[in-house]
Write a protein that binds this ligand. Sequence first.
Ligand code: ATP
Ligand code: MG
Length: 681
Amino acid sequence: MEEVTQINGTGISEAEIGAYWLEEDYIYPSEEFVRKAYIQNQPFLNKFKEENFPECFHEYANLLSWDRYWTTTLDSSNPPFWRWFVGGKLNACYNCVDRHLDKYKNKAAIIWVSESVDEPDRILTYQELYVKVNEFASLLLEMGLKAGDTVTFHLPMVPELPISMLACARLGIIHSEVFGGFSGQACGERIADSKSKILITIDGYYRSGKFIDHKANADIAVATAEKLGQKVEKVLIWTRHPGTYSSKTPLVEGRDLLLDDLMKKHRGKRVDYVPMPSESILFLMYTSGSTGKPKGCAHSTGGYLSYVAGTSKFIHDIHPEDVHWCMADIGWITGHSYIVYGPLANAATSVMYEGVPLYPNVNRVWRIAERLGVSILHTAPTAIRMLMRAGSNPTQYKCDFRLLVTVGEPIEPEVWRWYYKVVGKKGAVVLDTWWQTETGGWLCTTIPSVMPMKPGSAGPGALGIYPVIYDELGNEVLPGSGKAGNLCIKNPWPGRMLTIWGDPERLVKQYYEKYCKNRDSKDWRDWPYFSGDAATMAKDGYIRVLGRVDDVINVAGHRLGTKEIESAALTCEEVAEAAVVPKSDELRGHVPDLYVSLKSGYETDNKHLEDKIKQAISSIIGPIARPANVYVVSDMPKTRSGKIMRRILAAISNNREDYGDITTLVNPDVVEEIRNIVRGE
Ligand code: ATP
Ligand code: MG
């Protein structure tokens, strides 16, 4: 046991405070990691220097097989609608499946793990994936679907999801997967937005041991879409237990078709892939909806696939012998990019898990990782906090991770350290990757073999990405100044969405209007990308994301990042999660209001704890950041992708009812509960 000296009676040890600030210290990758990595030296990084832009991205595009090579690397004639590798043609399915058959026919492409511990894994080799994708593509073709049509999926984590995606990609059909956990209504709204005539779904799936009747959602989705003016002609239904329809919801005659029956005719069929123009749309993906109405991001075939193939190889460092497990859901961009397209383009083995991390017990994740020999684990701070909170113990298992990825929210240094020390046993590299649905792939991250880690900071710009921080007036906030500002990217990159589906003006307005230097200019240098996140940049170029720009709290003229305050709250051992929001204050403009949930086994009704947390924040950041109130709640309002929706808490703190769009909220019941706590009811 380390000896603990308490500071100012806060209950926080000196060691902990020291460790908190450790985030400005570097932690280096192990020699073993470096020896094996793809990127070994500076000359490779030099290829991505600003003077080599945009041709540097040939390094990524050349990882793919093109049916026709491109003639223009970057067409910037219509800013900010950049087009990459113009003139080129390729097929995403061919690149993720067919071309690996020569060498990797027998290799596992996808290992699917059921939520039930009793059900065997389903392992699809590249050959089996090829066969299934072709058969399904043959059916899509028979249904009259063709390149450029859109099809919506409402599928959970089953192998039929990547099979359906790749079958669409084979034919140039645009797929739009709606996260399986979304309601029928949310799915229907996205069907209407994407103008799909076909919905692909499943009878049901398992969640925390229960069979969820998912087909019921399809009926609601179709009705919702129709109300919004979009007729769904056919609903294609996979079955969770092939051969048996397990839903209690009846089939609608003439509309609903069971794929078990339909597929029989297509057994053994092969379908030629369709070479698609580089700038054709591969898929639509809606953002999480943390800050408002979700945006339908349209991603391109050539640019997107190059970008995820390149980042998966050179940054993710996925080797053919790695077993890669990204715990995200394929219903989010992380799953599209880093379960399906990036890893498969690199002939990797990608693990898919059907269920929740804590089922049937807190150590399920480590059992799976140990059994499959997972070498790269990829998850989000929300999942790591959930495991920590539940008392999960990876050290009891023979897990041997080489790389641990975190994505989706800023990771508090406390949580980072648990991931690094306890999960990675100080041997694995932690990669904190900052990006967005809109960006297709990672934008800020370290290159694990050649750059040290810094807990709580994503790295500098990824290869070929040049971040910059601007203040409100568009002046550059210099690296190392310690000042926060708006995180922007100076240059275009191949992974950025082509457009917002059905609303191209929103792309200009939301991401470019703020810092565009000259709207008539065709020079990309005049069109920096505004991410909407607040961040600081250290002298070494490392980015620390502090939260959303709109979430930054201005107390008497001091701009405080939500993440700074929340990280400080997390130094109290009782605290599992923390979220801070601005509360209007006559005197100071705003004051911070803090919401916390506790680890299991701690009393929620504890005045002493509130004081301790306030005190911790005062001593770590300064009295200016001291919360006006600390509310202990049972859970935070979260999006279905696991992010805390601070705007709801802000509305409650300020006694407003305007929560905005809450259809993406996973736990609506908690809103009422929190409101009662705040009102003291
Ligand atoms: P919406 O755009 O609809 O409000 P959203 O921004 O939550 O929803 P996503 O595209 O899923 O939708 O999330 C991207 C956001 O997640 C980023 O803008 C950033 O705020 C946060 N984020 C992602 N990765 C990181 C990271 N490594 N560190 C800090 N924040 C991150
Ligand atoms: Mg966003």
